[in-house]
Design a protein around this ligand. Structure first.
Ligand code: 4AD
Ligand code: MG
Length: 468
């Protein structure tokens, strides 16, 4: 086969240099035709759109075309031609065809269009080859770029916090343990407790639930930082919004009060959504047509509207009024209880019809590190609540007072021996500061219009599911 430099399909489709000899490589989506001409639709992942290859059957013959079936990988030389067919402007008249790999039609699982998302989860190793998952993973990449772009342009420093940790940042005890101990032969002390001094790190270690604590250390030196990495939670939540392994973006800023934190969060998510509208048009258009007709409208709506700012106490009052007026919730509403997704969505979708930032939660339902308000009952927490998603961001102003922080950690059962280094920031040059965490996959749910978080990460990890 003649050596011609490969052109990506996204470029070929934009080109108008008709008559040019090109090479494209990719996977066959469909093949149709008759004894005189065949049409092969090829996709190489560079765009949602396929390129059509026109094959003169008198030139190539049945034998060559036979193994070129859905899923096969091919390299094709041909002439870039203006297309007369509808729905495309460019096609390729094949001059040479090389088969890299056939895909046996009897066993290749992606034969027809319209497989269910549930079925595709069972073949997560192949689902990137569908239009839907190609689109989602390109959008996922674009969102990662949007995030780095936002913080980089503001002068934030990207800090890599550890994945293996000895402390439970959220204090919820939902951590996956990391060990090299022989689980078949655990050494225990007289009280029956496991002796971790023999373990790899000489102490009990786990996968992190958040990079925040280390992020705060960095903010106390670099000023404004962010983390963007995987986090792990061993909570047994089988919902469309929870993963056991998910990615989180956590900015942390010295000298930010809660109001500054809220503004940054609002600007940040709006930037990401605007980026998607600007850079993922074809993919979002496709996803919208397939799964969610109002997607683009909803994205624009969020970008164009101020988020509502509301205290938890005011939020509870609205929910209690709703209950008085006949609204039925599955979970009870009352000051002091944590809001369930149904409550969050009522505030956002029914009451305000806008994203809401809820602040000043009861201290009992929030983490030990949040700044305590003067009322002695609430802390300077903030959750950003989104339509269809519920909580997309959780954050707070941090308690910068050493004694108050130490006392609250003790009250909430966070051992000082695990966080002495974190407490030290309050002993040496403490400063008011704030931060938050955005769940990357929750953002992707919103931006793609998908309904299940398992469909916006390449290989989802959930209870009883770690295949691939
Ligand atoms: O509210 P969370 O637990 O907050 C923290 O971890 C803080 N340390 C963040 C900070 O202040 N730096 O989690 C933050 C966000 C949530 O709002 C949600 O979007 C996402 O992380 N999240 C999950 N996403 C998918 N699966 C899960 N199991 C998630 N748990 C939280
Ligand atoms: Mg939260």
């Amino acid at each position: 086969m003649e050596a011609i430099k490969r052109k990506k399909i996204v470029e070929a489709l934009k080109s108008s240099s008709f008559g040019e000899k090109v090479n494209i490589k990719g996977w066959v989506r469909t093949k149709r035709g008759n004894k005189t001409v065949n049409f092969i639709a090829i996709n190489d992942g560079s765009t949602i759109n396929n390129i059509q290859v026109v094959v003169d059957m008198e030139k190539f013959g049945e034998e060559i075309l036979k193994p070129i079936t859905t899923g096969a990988c091919v390299s094709i030389n041909g002439i870039l031609t203006e297309s007369l067919g509808k729905g495309q402007s460019v096609e390729i008249q094949a001059t040479e065809i090389e088969l890299y790999g056939a895909a046996d039609p009897d066993t290749y699982p992606l034969q027809k269009k319209g497989h269910t998302l549930e079925f595709l989860r069972e073949i997560a190793h192949l689902r990137p080859r569908t239009n839907t998952f190609g689109a989602i993973f390109r959008v996922r990449h674009q969102m990662a770029m949007a995030i780095h772009n936002f913080f980089h342009n503001k002068g934030f420093v990207y800090v890599h916090t550890p994945i293996i940790t000895g402390s439970d940042c959220e204090g919820a005890g939902q951590m996956f343990q990391v060990t090299t101990l022989n689980l078949y032969n655990l050494k225990k002390n007289e009280q029956g407790q496991i002796d971790y001094t023999d373990d790899f790190f000489g102490k009990q270690a786990s996968l992190t639930v958040s990079g925040q604590l280390e992020g705060e250390l960095a903010a106390m030196a670099l000023g404004e930082i962010y983390t963007f990495g995987p986090t792990f939670r061993a909570e047994n939540s089988n919902t469309p919004r929870h993963l056991s392994e998910f990615w989180m973006i956590e900015p942390e800023m010295a000298f930010y009060e809660i109001a500054d934190n809220m503004q940054l969060a609002e600007d940040f998510v709006k930037h990401c959504i605007q980026w998607a509208l600007d850079n993922c048009q074809d993919d979002i258009q496709f996803l919208s047509e397939m799964y969610d007709k109002e997607l683009v409208e909803r994205l624009k709506f969020v970008v164009d509207n101020e988020f509502i700012r509301l205290t938890y106490t005011e939020g509870i009052e609205i929910l209690e009024d709703a209950v008085k007026n006949g609204k039925k919730f599955e979970f009870p509403v009352g000051w002091g209880t944590d809001l369930q997704s149904e409550h969050e969505r009522y505030l956002v979708e029914t009451h305000f019809k806008k994203p809401v930032i809820l602040t000043d939660y009861p201290k009992e339902i929030k983490s030990f590190y949040m700044k305590q308000n003067a009322d002695g009952k609430t802390v300077r927490a903030m959750d950003v609540l989104f339509p269809k998603i519920g909580e997309i961001i959780g954050g707070s102003q941090r308690e910068e007072n050493y004694e108050k922080l130490r006392q609250r950690a003790a009250e909430m059962g966070v051992p000082e021996k695990d966080i002495w280094w974190y407490l030290d920031t309050r002993r040496f040059g403490t400063a008011p500061h704030s931060g938050f965490g955005l769940g990357f996959e929750r953002l992707l749910l919103f931006v793609t219009g998908m309904a299940n978080i398992r469909d916006v990460i390449p290989f989802p990890r959930t209870p009883n599911n770690a295949e691939f």
